[in-house]
Design a protein. Sequence first.
Length: 108
Amino acid sequence: MFATLTAQRQQMGALEAAAKAALFPNEFDVFRAAISMTESVQTPRNHLAHWIWGTCEQLPDALLLAEPKAQKDREREVKLAFEQRGGPDVKKITNLSRHDPATVLVYP
C-alpha cells in the first residue's frame, strides 16, 4: 500500500498511522521525534537533491542552487523570444540569460 502512494505527505501519513497502530506509546514518541528531526532538514535536503547546482566567478568558494521552476520559466520565455514575429528579441534573450538572484540560494 505504501508504494502505491506517490505524494510524500501521503506516504508519511500512512507510515505514521501504521506506527501508531503497531508501536507502544513510548515507542511511538521516539518514532515521532525521529520523524520530526528528518522533517526539520527536508527543505535543505530537497534543495541539494533537486535544485540546479552552479558556481560563479564572483563567489568562487560558494555553491549556488537555482530553483528549477524559475529555470523552466526562463527557458519558456527564451523560447518565446526566439519565436517572436519579426525575428528573435535579442535584448529580451540577453536579459533572460541572467539568473534572478531571488531564485538562487548561495551556500558559502
